[in-house]
Design a protein around this ligand. Structure first.
Ligand code: 5GP
Length: 140
């Protein structure tokens, strides 16, 4: 098991050193728009206090506290975009596709017959992400 890197990008977002388009925050979790969305409304939900690198390393209690927040954001994201479904994804370790080593759940609204964009897509327009965040906030 490698050590948690305090300089990972999500740790920087949590410390306010890097901006994000925030959707939801409480004492346990922060949710914000993925800057390279794989679909409209792609949101990330992360634990605020974790020093785990991924879900496998989280304390069960920590994970149990996070999941209702993931569900809350997933429901809001699906409703906000009138999606047909919503995907919850998370990757553990590089071989599984993990690129940021702070636990996170991807929340991706899905529409019938609209394929998912690649995991490493291009950076989305900031104004669009801001508008999408506002839509999800309104649906929470
Ligand atoms: P992973 O591959 O670790 O499951 O996903 C990391 C996610 O973080 C990717 O979907 C990527 O687009 C997103 N991401 C990487 N850097 C940033 C950033 O600086 N801000 C935001 N909002 N998302 C990021």
């Amino acid at each position: 098991m490698s050590a948690y890197d305090d300089d990972n990008i999500f740790a920087k977002i949590l410390r306010g050193e890097i901006p994000c388009h925030k959707v939801y925050e409480d004492d346990v979790a922060l949710a914000f728009m993925d800057v390279m969305p794989q679909g409209e409304g792609h949101t990330l939900v992360i634990p605020k206090k974790s020093k785990a690198r991924n879900v496998l390393e989280m304390e069960p209690d920590e994970l149990a506290a996070l999941m209702p927040r993931v569900q809350k954001v997933a429901k809001a994201a699906k409703a906000a975009f009138g999606a047909d479904g919503v995907m919850l994804i998370q990757y553990n370790e590089p071989a599984a596709g993990q690129t940021v080593f702070h636990p996170h759940f991807h929340v991706i609204p899905r529409f019938a017959d609209v394929p998912l964009k690649p995991h490493s897509g291009k950076m989305a327009d900031g104004e669009l992400l801001k508008a999408h965040a506002a839509k999800i906030v309104a649906a929470l």
